[in-house]
Design a protein around this ligand. Structure first.
Ligand SMILES: NC(=O)c1ccc[n+]([C@@H]2O[C@H](COP(=O)([O-])OP(=O)(O)OC[C@H]3O[C@@H](n4cnc5c(N)ncnc54)[C@H](O)[C@@H]3O)[C@@H](O)[C@H]2O)c1
Length: 374
């Protein structure tokens, strides 16, 4: 199976998709199909810099690399895109027009119109299509899903998510994210980056998103780029959002690259239900049941002697958790090769882009915006 992989010199393309997924699948002997047979993957590295591609190819013993996107698509069975968001639509459309199956990072596009165009084009061409929804396969969220499926919560009332960490401005310490993330003209912004994630997490675990109210902010107006030059941060670096879900669940999620971490993990979702609550992060999930709930009484005159954080218990692993990107790659490739189910298609990707676009609209207009069906 030949996979043209575009954007493999980038953070996600290299580490998660090439190393931890495609090469890792080959290292375990290939992709196992339902009949027990094994399929080896042959990546063609695609990019703009021949030198960088040659380096990567040599380092990992990969025979095929090229700067010629059309040639790579022509040869491939599957086209994969982890380029900067802005470059995605054009390249993916090319692959669809060539009749190739397509798998892409989120967001699939910068605007709903383009995201829907991609979904429609893929459907019309009859090619298999998929969008990365890696957070669903994080151990912490899988444990949370286990609690939901087991009826632990009773009726779920609310979800509160905290995501974020301090991204250095780039002056006295190098920034740990690419500078395009902070320029809206280059496809940056935390809403466009994170709301597609929140969309599929909410949709898959709790219910469809009915409305959004968001406040987008640029807390740090000037940053320093990879070359050491100051630039104006034109994109939002924090977003404070409220989402109403089907079934009356209220979700409130803060996303920020300008917050210092005071949590167990970089993202945490607290879910409160009539019969129990849980806090899920990337790897862990803690829970507190109805019977184990303490009865706090508000009295600021007395020091707090009870340690509330100690009342929570960890959900056990009860199994091994593989890399989430790899799990989803395997699912997508089985979808291509043996028509196995794969719900994370370009239509789902478009709904994620829609939530981002409506979040930005909500912030600009200062009002709650309903999510209409696409
Ligand atoms: N699933 C996730 O958790 C997750 C996390 C981070 C980023 N992403 C997505 O992955 C994509 C890549 O993000 P990243 O953080 O790896 O970015 P990055 O800047 O590290 O990599 C971008 C890649 O795109 C290539 N590229 C193609 N055209 C380009 C252009 N015109 N300008 C600059 N680079 C160009 C670069 O060479 C590089 O290979 C984005 O769409 C982003 O939204 C997903």
């Amino acid at each position: 199976m030949i996979i043209a992989m575009n954007g493999v010199t980038g953070r996600m393309g290299y580490r998660q998709h090439l190393l931890r997924s495609v090469l890792a699948i080959n290292e375990q002997g290939g992709l196992t199909l339902a009949d027990g047979s094994r399929v080896k993957l042959r990546p063609i590295l695609v990019g703009r810099s021949e030198a960088k591609l040659a380096d990567l190819a040599a380092k990992h013993d990969i025979p095929d690399y090229t700067t010629d996107l059309d040639a790579a698509i022509a040869e491939a069975d599957v086209y994969f895109d982890a380029q900067v968001t802005q470059a995605r639509v054009k390249a993916v459309l090319k692959a669809i027009e060539a009749g190739k199956h397509v798998y892409a990072e989120k967001p699939t596009a910068e605007t709903v119109e383009e995201a829907v165009t991609l979904a429609n084009a893929a459907t019309a061409a009859g090619v298999k299509n998929g969008v990365v929804q890696d957070k669903l396969f994080l151990p912490g969220l899988l444990k949370l899903k286990r609690l939901i499926d087991g009826g632990f919560f009773g009726r779920i009332l609310s979800v509160r998510g905290e995501f974020g960490y301090w991204v250095f401005e780039g002056d006295w310490q190098e920034a740990q994210r690419p500078s395009w993330n902070y320029r809206s003209q280059d496809g940056g912004g935390i809403i466009l980056d994170m709301f597609p994630h929140w969309h599929y997490v909410l949709e898959n675990l709790f219910g469809s998103v009915q409305s959004v109210y968001a406040k987008a902010v640029t807390h740090i107006p000037t940053r320093v780029d990879e070359q050491g030059n100051s630039y104006e941060a034109t994109a939002d670096d924090a977003a404070y959002g409220i989402f109403e879900l089907s079934g009356g669940i209220v979700a409130q999620i803060n996303s920020s690259w300008a917050v210092r971490v005071n949590r167990e993990e970089l993202v945490e979702f607290q879910v409160d239900g009539t019969h129990g609550s849980a806090v899920a992060g990337l790897r862990n999930c803690r829970f507190q049941s109805r019977a184990g709930t303490p009865k706090p009484v508000w009295n600021p005159d007395l020091p707090v002697t009870h340690r509330f954080v100690d009342d929570w218990q960890y959900v056990p692993d009860n199994g091994e958790f593989d890399n989430g990107f790899k799990i989803q790659w395997e699912m997508f490739l089985r979808h291509v090769l043996e028509d196995a189910p794969f719900p994370y298609d370009f239509a789902a990707g478009a709904r994620g882009v829609q939530l981002a676009q409506l979040g930005l609209q909500s912030s600009a207009e200062g009002r709650r915006v309903e999510v209409t069906s696409l």
